[in-house]
Design a protein around this ligand. Sequence first.
Ligand SMILES: Nc1ncnc2c1ncn2[C@@H]1O[C@H](COP(=O)(O)OP(=O)(O)OP(=O)(O)O)[C@@H](O)[C@H]1O
Length: 320
Amino acid sequence: MTTISQPAARTPVVRLEAVAKHFGEVRAVDGLSLDLYPGQTVALLGPNGAGKSTTLDLLLGLRGPDRGSVRLFGAEPREAIVAGRVGAVLQSGGLMGEVTVAELVRLACQLHPKPHPPAEVLAGAGLDGLADRRVDKLSGGQRQRVRFALATAGANDLLVLDEPTTGMDVSARGAFWATVRQQAESGRTVLFATHYLEEADAVADRVLVLHRGRLLADGTAAEIKARAGARRISFDLAELTGAEGGRERAAVAEQRLRALPFLAGIEVQGPTVRLRSTDADATVYALYGSGLRPRNLEVRGLGLEQAFLALTTAEEARQA
Ligand SMILES: Nc1ncnc2c1ncn2[C@@H]1O[C@H](COP(=O)(O)OP(=O)(O)OP(=O)(O)O)[C@@H](O)[C@H]1O
């Protein structure tokens, strides 16, 4: 597994040690160990049912683990939450409906041990224009912003966000992540679960990939991409069209392509060839040595989305 280098001496904000949570036969979280450190912005990725929400629930003390231990700031989660050190945006849980946005935010600020000024909280969540709107009249994306405002009503040290941008349009998402970045820059630790891999790529300095309740990868987005172990090579090959030398020549060309070293995948569409290679330099070198005449050659790294798919698919295959 790829691991990110960690500062040794600091107390972790979050420490999970061999944590397991089962629902009947389902191992939602299966022996998970993890440390998060101050100031990290961490994305939690994984396919549906990977255990992301259960992990966040355990971390917040909303569920107890069957095995293992969960500590926030070196203590029980409850202690950290009562002390107002943690803000959370969760998937579950309703919002009080018959009050205005401003009233609800003011209330959250009053209840917080270290409150921020309500006007600042409203602005930070992009709710200025909606302050007088009743909460039950808001759209799904606007409600998410209210949840975020409630989570940032006071000076927290840890923000936990479970798919926080669900229902937000592109510009609302952009504004939302800009605010989260500000929170992270002021020293907060941010942990968020998401299905939008581009968000993880753009916002997180550490990415965790969960699969069937276990940690499949832990590193920067770049490390996860490298861990997926492949780069994309694309080019055109006139030989493949059959125009230059007929079908036989095309078949020979394809055979040579398939014999290239370090191939992790190959796709041929008309004259265009797309390869995935675990050693792009060696593959390209062999390609030029094979007598083929590639044109418009490009070598690119995998996107996080492709890396994520490659990792989880390989793991599915391994477990099958
Ligand atoms: N209360 C519950 N009772 C029974 N099974 C549960 C419960 N909560 C979660 N599970 C199961 O545990 C597994 C992990 O679920 P979890 O919600 O943590 O995954 P997730 O990664 O958050 O998924 P998604 O991306 O779909 O939100 C799933 O198989 C789910 O069906």
